[in-house]
Design a protein around this ligand. Structure first.
Ligand code: ATP
Ligand code: MG
Length: 305
């Protein structure tokens, strides 16, 4: 993003696919049909190694991050399958993107980022400090940064275009967009996914503080899409270091954030300029954290390519 000689967003040429869109982290392609036209019912979702921090897409990719996120999402989709159907069609993908791509059903996505919080921090904490509630749900007094909530709370946000912030979305607006019935189903499912996720993660020493999921519709059915319960879509905290009262060590971007705000980076967060490239050891330690999250949760060992 900061270096005009780089084109981090240039999509790959994948024979048999047409590039349709690039998000912050994923590149989307449509498979071509026999006549060479893009199909409108499926997408190839390719996770890149791009990392965002402080709302910038960094110039330094994290090797294997796209594969880790893709494999972790696939594992979670399976764990959650009796709770919610998912968009996965096949992992039979072009070899150029093997391991980090998945063929999915192209859904009509809900225009809402479905967020649930089990612990209080970030934007949820700011709302609570301002007026004792989060997304319209009144919370007990005396909660601090990192406190566990009595029950997970649904805190939806708008889907902002690339480069803009997602804004909190009042539940009444979600109901207006989706109708009361669909809004309630999206809320219940989001909370259920976070709860089930935390039950499973707790056995592996990880707390999932909050998470964002995206749903699409297949007919009347809500289908889980995008990625699920990854370090990019969620806050993972090491359970043995959980200590409410201050910012918790995060599982993934800790080293990146620490280095960026340290004098060593020479970067001024307030300047509005893009951050500098990361040193190799920061990249390597960050890669190791993503791999560790995958290995701890799934109990599998990660093998690249
Ligand atoms: P962020 O995930 O941070 O909110 P983003 O939207 O830029 O930002 P990416 O993960 O880079 O996210 O891009 C993935 C895009 O693909 C998103 O726009 C998401 O809504 C869309 N998407 C995911 N699954 C499906 C699906 N099954 N059908 C249609 N679109 C999908
Ligand atoms: Mg996304």
């Amino acid at each position: 993003s900061s270096q005009p000689d780089q084109a981090p967003d240039a999509p790959l040429a994948l024979p048999g696919y047409a590039h349709v869109y690039s998000g912050k982290v994923r590149d989307l392609y449509a498979p071509l049909d026999d006549s060479g036209a893009p199909r409108d019912d499926q997408l190839l979702l390719v996770a890149s190694d791009r990392l965002s921090a402080f709302d910038f897409i960094l110039d330094s990719p994290i090797p294997d991050k796209g594969a880790v996120l893709t494999q972790l999402s696939l594992w979670w989709f399976e764990q959650l399958v009796d709770l919610v159907p998912n968009h996965v069609v096949s992992t039979d993908v072009p070899s150029a993107v093997a391991g980090r791509a998945v063929l999915v059903n192209r859904l009509k996505m809900l225009p809402v980022e479905c967020v649930a919080r089990a612990y209080l921090t970030g934007g949820g904490l700011r709302e609570y400090v301002a007026d004792g509630q989060v997304s319209g749900v009144r919370l007990p007094e005396g909660l601090v940064d990192g406190s566990r909530l009595p029950e997970p709370v649904f805190t939806p946000s708008t889907k902002a275009p690339v480069g803009e912030h997602d804004e909190p979305m009042p539940y009444a607006d979600v109901e207006r967009e989706l109708g009361a019935d669909l809004a309630a189903r999206a809320r219940e499912l989001t909370v259920a996914i976070l709860k089930r996720g935390n039950e499973i993660a707790a056995e592996r020493g990880i707390l999932i503080a909050d998470t964002k999921v995206e749903f699409g519709l297949e007919g009347d059915t809500l289908v889980l899409a995008d990625e699920v319960l990854t370090p990019d879509s969620s806050r993972f905290w090491p359970a043995d270091q959980w200590e409410p009262g201050h910012t918790q060590p995060s599982f993934d971007k800790e080293f990146v954030r620490e280095w960026l705000i340290s004098p060593a980076s020479g970067w001024d967060k307030a300047s509005g300029e893009a951050p500098p490239p990361l040193p190799d050891d920061v990249v390597e330690r960050t890669r190791a954290k993503y791999v560790e999250a995958y290995e701890r949760l799934t109990g599998r060992s990660f093998s690249a390519g």
